[in-house]
Design a protein around this ligand. Structure first.
Ligand code: 6PG
Length: 468
């Protein structure tokens, strides 16, 4: 019997997706560079799962597939994708489909789509979010490539994807060539910001307000029931319940405070810089990880620069402000991500549907959150809005949050608790609502030292002044 699709790459994600696909009644060929990995999969996680067809060479794998062939690559992003596609190419026929389900950089996807397209192979870059569990039980999928190819894949992808609370699949056609991977990259950028914002709120609770881990846990559990409800808030509540079996302390307290990163947040920030779109909260989240990694320097500097945080008198008011601030800052992080998507759509000629993107992010992915229903509604009502912050849905929310948000920002500065993402979010908000900003002076300076010229508020044209 031939397989409807083949999954190449038997890492955790590849295995989980293969199981997910087979669980939906499809025949799935599975293969890995090292045949013993495929064998081990079939003996363990894949044992007794009908629909899996193990293949121990690339040739056998390709032969096992019905035509047009559908190959899903679940391998580490980067050169490995080129290596495997190079090996696959002589074995494939025009019309076959290769889907890259890794966290590939969108520019690589654009290049591969073009190069393989010239040989008649339909290359699809598909962002997949949700980690191992999502891959197994239903991830959020962001596929990019030709729309007609998507139509052929739609039934399969919709079946295996997560479903939002209203039952709709968390998968939609995103756009041509690298659009799917671009949207996944921005998803990860927002993920970085969201994680950092949550950690800053936790830091304020612990270090400034003196909450215990248990008290923080209760706060996150409560927040998860409200408008902040989200996967990341939910897992934070769960994490804070876990004790270290060796010391009996909360596990979070024994984990070394140096963050890792694989680069997608950095890509989003770099993209913002190169597109001229401000994504400061995402970038600050990346910088925060960089600073966290400099543990020794931080420890040394903590001895050199001391500061006593003033005590918090009203814990209930502090918490209420914090909730408003986190919600407002989250809106800013999404606003930055969507602004970047808008610029990319213009640059690459993608017809991105922002409401649909928000809708598929409601399930399966790491940033799934209650807030996404409102984001989708905002874009449905105002698809051409310049910035999410100014929409009829979010404008009033931010207007109302301002007072609390400013108190939290001031508290973080007064207490000396580093909150780069929270502060960047409010600065982004403030800059974005500033009608007349000091860039007039900046332009004058540029004209002074470099004759870069300036435009005037009261007349058309370009001007230069002999300043001295
Ligand atoms: C997802 C995640 C996933 C992964 C990131 C984490 O959507 O499922 O974003 O892609 O967890 O690569 O990245 P860092 O290691 O950089 O935090």
């Amino acid at each position: 019997m031939s397989a409807y699709i083949g999954v190449y790459g038997m890492g955790v994600m590849g295995q989980s997706l293969a199981l997910n696909i087979a669980g939906h009644g499809y025949q799935v060929a599975v293969c890995n560079l090292e045949p013993e990995v495929t064998r081990a999969f079939l003996e363990n996680r894949g044992a007794d799962r009908p629909g899996l067809i193990p293949c121990y060479s690339l040739e056998a794998f390709v032969q096992a597939l019905e035509r047009p062939r559908r190959v899903l690559l679940m391998i580490t992003a980067g050169p490995a994708v080129d290596q495997v596609t190079d090996q696959l190419l002589p074995l494939l026929d025009p019309g076959d489909i290769v889907i890259d389900g890794g966290n590939s950089f969108y520019a690589d996807t654009r290049r591969r789509e073009k190069a393989l397209g010239a040989k008649g192979i339909r290359f699809f870059g598909m962002g997949i979010s949700g980690g191992e569990r999502g891959a197994l039980e239903g991830p959020c999928m962001m596929p990019g490539g030709h729309r007609e190819t998507y139509r052929e894949l739609e039934a399969l992808l919709s079946a295996i994807s997560a479903k939002a609370e209203d039952g709709s699949p968390c998968c939609t056609y995103i756009g041509e060539d690298g659009a799917g991977h671009y949207v996944k990259m921005v998803h990860n950028g927002i993920e970085y910001a969201d994680i950092q914002l949550i950690c800053e709120c936790y830091g304020l609770m612990r270090q400034v307000a003196g909450f215990t881990v248990q008290e923080c846990q209760a706060v996150f559990e409560g927040w998860n029931r409200g408008r902040l409800g989200s996967y990341l808030i939910e897992i934070t509540g769960k994490i804070l319940k876990v004790q270290d079996p060796d010391t009996g302390k909360p596990l979070v307290d024994v984990i070394l405070d140096t963050a890792g990163q694989k680069g997608t947040g950095m890509w989003t920030s770099t993209e913002g810089l190169s597109m001229g779109v401000a994504v400061p909260t995402i970038a600050q989240a990346v910088f925060a990880r960089c600073l966290s990694a400099q543990k020794e320097e931080r420890v040394a500097a903590s001895r050199r620069f001391s500061w006593e945080a003033p005590p918090i008198r009203d814990r209930a008011a502090f918490l209420q402000d914090l909730e408003e601030s986190l919600y407002a800052a989250k809106i800013c992080a999404y606003a930055q991500g969507f602004s970047l998507l808008r610029a990319a759509a213009k640059e690459f000629g993608w017809n991105l549907d922002y409401a649909s993107i928000a809708l598929i992010w409601r399930g399966g992915c790491i940033i799934r959150a209650r807030l996404l229903d409102d984001i989708a509604a905002a874009f449905q009502a105002e698809p051409d809005c310049a910035n999410l912050m100014g929409t009829a849905v979010f404008g009033p929310v931010l207007q109302k949050a301002q007072a609390a948000w400013r108190r939290t920002a001031a508290l973080s500065v007064q207490s000396g608790a580093a909150c780069p993402a929270l502060l960047s979010a409010i600065s982004y908000f403030d800059f974005s609502r500033t009608a007349d900003c000091p860039a007039s002076l900046l332009q004058a300076q540029r004209d002074f030292f470099g004759a870069h010229c300036y435009r005037r508020k009261d007349r058309e044209g370009v001007f230069h002044t002999q300043w001295e």
